[in-house]
Design a binder for this molecule. Structure first.
Ligand SMILES: Nc1nc2c(ncn2[C@@H]2O[C@H](COP(=O)(O)OP(=O)(O)O)[C@@H](O)[C@H]2O)c(=O)[nH]1
Ligand SMILES: [Mg+2]
Length: 443
């Protein structure tokens, strides 16, 4: 199979990757080399000319690496060509390789083969996608840990303990009189410890998910409150149109910043007010939808005016941070009474640092503090499995206290199956299809 492994677009280098038992034989006729490709030493970079297989005409100069099985990403023979990064050139070379007998790879197929060939467990294979999708330093650090197998090792250790536990309890069940198996009380102590551990992982993985996915913050408030100005100030660029005319912002304008190592998507909205025309009505509808999608609301009021109570009522019960904007202007007593409001001015920048500080603390509430130990980033699939695993352990804990031993064993076997599924033991093609279809081409 063959794929372009780098992003398609004009770039310095574009990498074409070929993997499979015939990779070398298929690529060889396309290269003009000092020694035959078959004789290339493994894992060495060599300069080659890429030629048209029929005419022999030179197509490009490239660097070529042969990585022989099993010491390659897929554990198969792999040939990588670093060509010039022209999309047209990369397409031409890829199609020549296909004409030579290769097939275009599906998204994630290289990693899928790596998994199927035992190079990676499924948790690490998924970490590859997490790394590619990481948007901040912190998300990169988390993905690097998962990629190195940190989380896999933890799950594998848990799985080993569950195997021992189940084996010990089965002996107890078979020979109740002989005291050769595992004591039920001792088993319960172990399950309690494992349960606490999985609870910790789950909490860490939920934080890790926020670090990876980021949070969405909507700026809402009455028209002309200063929302768009605040968005621009937070982004450090003039993304949204600012004007003294109420109702200027109609569509959602957005931008992303990083706070506490978390990607923060800021949405500027039209505000929620009585619409003056049909377009504004649509803008307000979109504002409400943006509000619903958001994890946190920045409620912006013009501090020189009486705050609109409707906005406060409508957002009650939501995670929100109230901003008293235009703090360079004289504060209206009614606005001064806004509880816990952060004063800020985009004109003097007064209060902006404090506002960012508060925003960062809110983000940390969702994502955990930077540098938190025990941070885990897991896929949505892994988090789902951890949740089922936790429920099974809780049930086993209860069963060991009061129910027949058989009941506890059923729960422990379910917990074991979940731990296995995280690592990719006995997962079917349908699960693999879903996981790898979300990967990039060429990975
Ligand atoms: N004095 C002062 N005026 C501001 C400040 N922020 C915004 N404005 C003005 O308030 C008006 C409305 O601002 P805008 O950001 O478009 O408000 P939005 O409708 O809530 O998006 C514009 O004329 C801005 O120049 C501020 O911090 N101080
Ligand atoms: Mg606006």
């Amino acid at each position: 199979m063959v794929a372009v492994a780098t992003a398609i677009g004009e770039s310095a280098i574009g990498v074409i990757r070929v993997s499979g038992p015939d990779a070398i034989a298929i690529v060889a006729p396309l290269l003009r080399t000092a020694i035959p490709l078959e004789a290339f030493p493994s894992h060495r970079l060599r300069r080659v000319a890429i030629v048209d297989a029929k005419s022999g005409e030179r197509v490009d100069e490239a660097l070529c690496t042969v990585m022989r099985s099993p010491r390659s990403y897929t554990a198969e023979d792999v040939v990588e060509l670093s060509c010039h990064g022209s999309p047209a050139l990369l397409r031409l070379v890829t199609l020549s390789i296909v004409a030579g007998g290769a097939r275009l790879a599906a998204p994630g197929e290289f990693t899928r083969r790596a998994f199927l060939n035992g190079r990676l467990d499924l948790a690490r294979a998924e970490a590859v996608a997490l790394m590619i999708g990481a948007r901040t330093d912190r998300a990169v650090a988390l993905a690097a840990r998962a990629l190195a197998g940190g989380f896999s090792d933890q799950v594998r250790a848990l799985r080993d303990e569950l195997v021992d536990l189940i084996a010990g309890l089965e002996v107890t069940l078979d020979f109740p009189e002989e005291r050769v198996g595992l004591d039920v009380e001792a088993a319960r102590v172990i399950v309690t410890r494992l349960r606490a551990e999985v609870e910790r992982w789950l909490a860490a993985a939920r934080h890790g998910r926020v670090v990876h996915d980021g949070v969405t913050v909507a700026l809402v408030g009455p028209p002309n409150a200063g929302k768009s100005s605040l968005l621009n100030a937070l982004l450090g660029s003039d993304r949204a149109i600012v004007s003294p005319v109420p109702g200027t912002t109609r569509d959602i304008v957005e931008g992303t910043i990083a706070l506490a190592g978390v990607p923060v998507r800021l949405l500027d909205t039209a505000g929620i007010d009585t619409p003056r025309d049909a377009i504004e009505a649509e803008g307000i509808r979109r504002s409400r939808r943006a509000m619903q999608e958001s994890d946190l609301l920045l409620l912006v009021f013009d501090g020189s005016m009486v705050p609109d109570p409707h906005v406060l009522e409508e957002t009650a019960g939501r995670a929100r941070l109230v901003v008293r904007a235009k703090s360079d202007l004289p504060t209206h007593p009614a606005a001064a009474a806004l509880r816990d409001a952060a004063p800020a001015s985009v004109v003097t920048s007064g209060g902006m640092d404090a506002l960012l500080e508060r925003l960062t603390r809110e983000i940390e509430r969702c994502a955990g503090a930077t540098g938190d130990e025990g941070m885990i980033v897991a896929s949505v699939r892994q988090i789902g499995l951890l949740e089922t695993l936790l429920r099974a352990l809780i049930a086993a804990e209860a069963a060991l206290a009061e129910a027949p031993l058989e009941a506890a064993l059923v729960d422990l076997r379910e917990a074991l199956a979940c731990a296995g599924a995280i690592l990719g033991v006995d997962v079917g093609d349908a699960v693999l299809d879903r996981i790898f279809s979300m990967f990039c081409l060429g990975k």
